[in-house]
Design a protein around this ligand. Structure first.
Ligand code: NAD
Ligand code: UGA
Length: 476
């Protein structure tokens, strides 16, 4: 089967980049990305490529080349479902907030709504591909919804469906590279023709040996497992960082030493402020829910520990900042560098910066927050507190603004009268901060808390600033 027209439901961090790469690599396929969020679609169609809804290195170049050619963004969901021979479901699947499984299970209402739309509007034979990360056996739900409609109500034509699972493994910040050179592409399904049709698309740029075929349940579970393993690795190294600080070891040296063992490998061993992002926590909680459902409580407890540890670690960092600043941050100015959950993305979902900043505000600190790609409005939403921009012009008596924050555009401006700087995201621009200059602007005794190991000691020695680095117990 030759796919000529694709529709992707959901124009988010996955739908947008994934479909852009498919459009780029397959100029003969018309790729239509649809979303119910009009504002998001307008941003995808924005003439000014700096205004795309997501920041991802390499993305705007592809959009420039393909948009309007064989890549289209629109809110015309029904029309694009009707004309597609393959439909990707790429909608959000956040953790449920209420009802059965609240706080653990994934909320599948957007997936169900998408499946219902497909059932209602598709004509002829359509391959439906799960791109969203879903609990095991969701394909069954999708199939049931789709099979409830084997006659299109408007056209009265017979319709039929195949459902495939094709989870996405891209990481934000490196999405384009991950899509162009994937470690593997996973396709789970039963019908060989449908599997071949999807494989054929990827074969335009992915070697056959990297396209793995599994049954649909293995594919769904493999996605959750991959994220759980990655997150567990971060919690593991962060636990060792705490031990390094207590014992006089250095976590960077420990990472290097263990990472040179081929069986362990060197990737994902950077200790930091805890893992963030929209998926690690959600996917592990999903695994926990699934395990409890199958009465595997020990399995559930094992994975739940990874999430619990991550939260403990985030609060550990805020507590130690308070401790080092003589036990109180009330009325003190703290300059936060980085709010995104990692570098090279404007995404703040589950960013460790949220918990750490909330803790510090709760303690009465005055936060000046800088991030090269996250805007002030997003930070207000995440902190549940509007910014007070009059703080920026305030020269004296800043201490009366306890528990408030403002956004700083100019990186160098934020150091003025700061008691401490806290690095929470590893943006490259923070590597080249002139610490001698910063120290002169800060209040004495100034502190720098580097949770991302971005500072080279030689660049700060001589500044008289006190430096705390994650997992650095050497001078304790
Ligand atoms: P997102 O929130 O950025 O985007 C989802 C989009 O779907 C939103 O724009 C929303 O408006 C749209 N949507 C919801 N219901 C719709 C409907 N009925 N019709 C049309 N549009 C609808 O989410 P995301 O980060 O792109 O994640 C999507 C899925 O991919 C999730 O399951 C996630 O776990 C998974 N995933 C995400 C990443 C990542 O890096 N963000 C990586 C791999 C997998
Ligand atoms: C992660 C996975 O890496 C992707 O394979 C997966 O597709 C995606 O989740 C998903 O399903 O959403 P992402 O969350 O975008 O990707 O980013 P990662 O690079 O995995 O980083 C996650 C968090 O771990 C970040 O907060 C990052 O700073 C932190 N991290 C990562 C560390 O603290 N140390 C490391 O060594 C690596």
């Amino acid at each position: 089967m030759n796919i000529k027209k694709i529709c992707c439901i959901g124009a988010g961090y996955v739908g947008g980049p994934t479909m852009s790469v498919i459009a780029n690599k397959c100029p003969d396929i018309s790729v239509n990305v649809v979303d119910i969020n009009n504002e998001r679609i307008e941003a995808w169609n924005s003439k000014d490529l700096e205004k795309l809804p997501i920041y991802e290195p390499g993305l705007k170049e592809i959009i420039k080349k393909c948009r309007g050619r064989n890549l289209h963004f629109s809110t015309e969901v029904e029309k694009n479902i009707r004309s597609a021979d393959m439909i990707f479901i790429s909608v959000n699947t956040p953790t449920k907030r209420k009802g059965i499984g609240a706080g653990m299970a994934s909320d599948l209402k957007w997936v169900e709504a998408s499946a219902r739309q497909v059932a209602k509007h598709a004509i002829n034979h359509t391959i439906v591909v799960e791109k969203s990360t879903l609990p095991v056996r969701t394909a069954e739900v999708i199939k049931t919804i789709l099979s409830s409609s084997n006659l299109n109500s408007k056209s009265c034509k017979e319709v039929s469906f195949d459902v495939l699972s094709n989870p996405e493994f891209l990481a934000e910040g490196t999405a384009i590279k991950d899509l162009e050179e994937p470690d593997r592409v996973l396709i789970g399904g039963e019908n060989e023709n449908a599997i071949n049709a999807l494989s054929k698309i990827y074969l335009n740029w992915v070697p056959e040996s990297k396209i793995l075929h599994t049954n649909i349940w293995s594919s769904e579970l493999a996605k959750l497992t991959a994220n759980a393993f990655l997150a567990q690795r971060i919690s593991s190294i962060n636990s060792i960082a705490a031990l390094c600080e207590a014992t006089g070891a250095d976590v960077r040296e420990v990472s290097r030493a263990i990472g040179s063992d081929n069986r362990i490998g060197s990737k994902f061993l950077n200790s930091g402020p805890g893992f963030g992002g929209s998926c690690f926590k959600k996917d592990i909680l999903n695994l926990v829910y699934l395990s409890r459902f199958f009465k595997l409580d020990e399995v559930a407890d094992f994975w739940e520990g990874v999430v619990n540890f991550n939260e403990w670690h985030q609060h550990r960092i805020s507590k130690l900042i308070v401790k080092k600043l003589f036990g109180t941050v009330t009325g003190k100015k703290i300059y936060i560098l980085g709010f995104a959950f990692k570098a090279n993305t404007n995404d703040t979902r589950e960013s460790s910066a949220i918990n750490i900043c909330r803790d510090l505000l709760e303690e009465g600190a005055i936060l000046f927050i800088h991030d090269p790609k996250v805007n002030s409005m997003q930070i207000s939403k995440d902190l549940g507190l509007s910014s007070n921009n009059s703080l920026i012009a305030q020269k004296e008596n800043i201490n009366t603004y306890e528990g408030q924050w403002c956004f700083i555009d100019d990186l160098n401006q934020g150091f003025n009268n700061a008691d401490a700087v806290v690095i929470l995201t590893e943006w490259e621009v923070y590597n080249s901060i002139d610490w001698l200059m910063a120290a002169k602007k800060m209040r004495n005794p100034g502190w720098v808390f580097d949770s991302r190991s971005v500072i080279k000691e030689k660049n700060i020695i001589g500044s008289k600033l006190n430096l705390w680095r994650i997992g650095d117990g050497v001078d304790e």
